[in-house]
Ligand binder design. Structure first.
Ligand code: CMP
Length: 143
């Protein structure tokens, strides 16, 4: 079973689409292990986006992601990294297909609603940046 880090960004929170996004992942059959409604520190934001630190938009990205609350989540499921990225859609909402989260809710590259890990290594690093091991809840569905 694979884990991923999904984060509804400040624009997603302010556009009131958190519930809709969570519903999509629940309905797909994935399991929520942890969630936190929080404002990222500059340090957490820089660590989260460390692979982009040489990019010209890095400063803007850090300012934006720390500008308001995010909804950080850990989800689990088979092939969840690949499948959740398909559900999220292309990074640039202009290229994201209708039916994907970005295709349905986003219009700008820097306001693209949600982040999803792109590999197991990124997921482990991104989860550890925000959550303690003890905050991940694992349970069997019995009902
Ligand atoms: P995300 O999936 O969170 O990963 C990196 C983010 O950088 C990406 O979504 C976009 O929000 C942002 N990004 C990527 N390219 C650009 C760009 N050219 N200008 C501004 N932001 C960008």
């Amino acid at each position: 079973m694979e884990k991923t880090y999904l984060m509804i960004k400040p624009d997603g929170v302010q556009r009131n689409v958190m519930g809709e996004i969570i519903t999509r992942f629940e309905q797909k059959g994935f399991q929520l292990l942890a969630a936190k409604f929080t404002v990222l520190s500059k340090e957490q934001a820089e660590k989260h986006y460390e692979e982009h630190k040489e990019k010209p938009f890095f400063g803007e990205l850090i300012d934006f992601i720390t500008s308001g609350p995010v909804f950080a989540m850990v989800w689990e499921g088979d092939n969840i990294i690949e499948i959740s990225r398909m559900m999220i859609g292309k990074t640039n909402p202009a290229d994201a297909l209708p039916g994907t989260i970005r295709g349905d809710f986003a219009a700008h590259m820097s306001l693209n609603i949600i982040h999803g890990s792109d590999s197991n290594e990124s997921a482990a690093r991104e989860i550890e940046n925000i959550f303690n091991e003890s905050e991940l809840v694992s349970y069997e569905k019995t009902l």
